[in-house]
Design a protein around this ligand. Structure first.
Ligand code: MEV
Length: 300
């Protein structure tokens, strides 16, 4: 029996634009998905307290079997500290932790790069479209500057964040499709917005590396995500409430359509958290998780 875990994430800058080759800045958070897996004579049994969506686990198992060139029966239990479909990367964390667990049980040692690659493939096959952002950060942890098709760059940043969760579940796949439709309908308008989000992300990286404030860049990034149609009234309410309570900047995080927003809170963290709760939502403190996917326990 083995227990593995992988962290969730918040996207600091660049969601949606990263699907079209622009960079994203993303950080792993100290909330994890745990996978408990045992070898059994045959079959695949999956149980979970929170979500009944087992597509990512099944796909992850299938990809490891294919990669390792061998199979086994499995009992898998999922324990998650992340709300499902919330924009905090629970599906990526489930995929990555499952890949690590099953590969260890099969004795097929995978490098972190291989785990991230298989995780991305699982998301692509389940969702149809996905950038490598969520699965890379869940595998490697810390803060990463991700440029599709280039090497990921680790950033040394300590960004104090409060996360506001609307409680509204949404589908990344549908939100990515909606942006694609808007881009196809008005390419001359939407393409420059996507490129501008890329510029904001590059600028934010340089400022974070120099320990400079990125609050205004968060606000501009949120405005452009609104223009892409992925924000909601509730997300906007939380963003404005957080700014009014003293956040340096605030934006939605992840695919939008519900899910979560983040506020940058070098000061006033408690006040911002209370302002989010006063809107009927959940405030989470989200310290950065330096560690990515890991084996928690392996009993032979
Ligand atoms: C989802 O966490 C982030 C998106 O950019 C989709 C992706 O990168 O695959 C909306």
């Amino acid at each position: 029996m083995i227990t593995t875990s992988a962290p969730g994430k918040v996207i600091l800058f660049g969601e949606h634009a990263v699907v079209y080759g622009e960079p994203a800045l993303v950080c792993a958070i100290d909330k994890r998905v745990y996978i408990h897996a045992s070898k059994v004579p045959s079959g695949l049994k999956i149980i979970s307290g929170k979500s009944k969506d087992f597509r990512y686990v099944k796909k992850a198992v299938e990809l490891v079997f294919e990669h390792a060139g061998k199979k086994c029966g499995l009992d898998i239990k999922i324990d998650s500290e992340l709300p499902p479909a919330s924009g905090l990367g629970s599906s990526a964390a489930v995929s990555v932790a499952t890949i690590l667990a099953v590969s260890e049980l099969l004795g097929a040692k995978l490098s972190k790069a291989e785990i991230a690659k298989l995780g991305h493939k699982a998301e692509l096959e389940v969702q149809g479209a996905a950038s490598p952002t969520d699965t890379a950060i869940s595998t490697f942890g810390g803060v990463l500057f991700i440029q599709p098709k280039k090497k990921y760059q680790r950033i040394n940043a300590a960004l104090p964040l409060v996360v506001g969760y609307t409680g509204v579940e949404r589908s990344t796949k549908i939100l990515v499709q909606n942006v694609r439709s808007l881009k196809e309908k008005f390419p001359e308008i939407v393409n420059p917005i996507i490129r501008d989000i890329g510029k904001i992300t590059r600028k934010a990286k340089r400022r974070l590396e120099n320990n400079e404030d990125v609050g205004e860049l968060m606000d501009i990034n949120h405005g452009l995500l609104c223009a892409l149609g992925v924000s909601t009234e509730k997300l906007n309410e939380l963003v404005y409430a957080a700014r009014k309570a003293g956040a340096k900047g605030a934006k939605l995080t992840g695919a939008g359509g519900g899910g979560c927003m983040i506020a940058c809170v070098p000061k006033n963290a408690e006040k911002v958290a209370r302002a989010i709760e006063a809107c009927g939502c959940t405030a989470l403190r989200a310290p950065i998780s330096k560690e990515g996917a890991r084996v928690e326990k392996h009993a032979i």
